[in-house]
Design a protein around this ligand. Structure first.
Ligand code: SME
Length: 151
């Protein structure tokens, strides 16, 4: 299936999944599972902003770093800049935090409230180089918007 088709279906599933559930952890857990099952990425998960740090939230994949500072790594930079970061080669990203040596490329999408306050990030890692592009960004930003809207 074309990537756009998979994402279209995924977004519909995400919306249906969170519609009647108000608990943010339950929603993040199921959304991580939905994304991970759809694409079988290396690692798919959320970090939440708690006491001025990103703290590991629900995820699918190997064990990961539990806390990331503001402006640190790809996740902390996405938080600081309030924008999605698509990293084709993590070794080329200054300050990248290697939770797993298998990770080669990454996309981090901020969870934004009213386009201003970052309350967390959606982080996806791939074991292949240059896995993510503008198409992933477009759809994952919509998924992040749905999740953020429930927090
Ligand atoms: N690589 C991320 C850290 C999180 S893990 O990939 C799950 C970063 O540089 O922020």
């Amino acid at each position: 299936m074309d990537k756009n088709e998979t994402y279209k279906l995924l977004l519909a599933q995400v919306k249906a999944m969170v519609k009647d559930e108000s608990d943010p952890i339950a929603n993040m857990a199921n959304v991580a599972a939905l994304i991970h099952e759809a694409f079988h990425f290396w690692w798919t998960g959320f970090y939440r902003v708690i006491d001025n740090q990103l703290v590991l939230g629900p995820f699918q994949g190997p064990v990961a770093c539990t806390r990331i500072g503001f402006g640190k790594g790809v996740c902390g930079t996405s938080w600081k800049e309030k924008k999605t970061l698509v990293v084709e080669d993590v070794e080329q990203f200054p300050g990248h935090i290697a939770c797993s040596s298998e990770s080669r490329s990454e996309i981090v999408v901020p969870l934004l409230i009213k386009g201003e306050e970052v309350i967390g990030v959606l982080d996806i890692d791939s074991e292949n180089l240059a896995t993510f592009d503008a198409t992933d960004q477009l759809w994952l930003e919509q998924i992040a918007e749905v999740v953020a809207g429930k927090l």
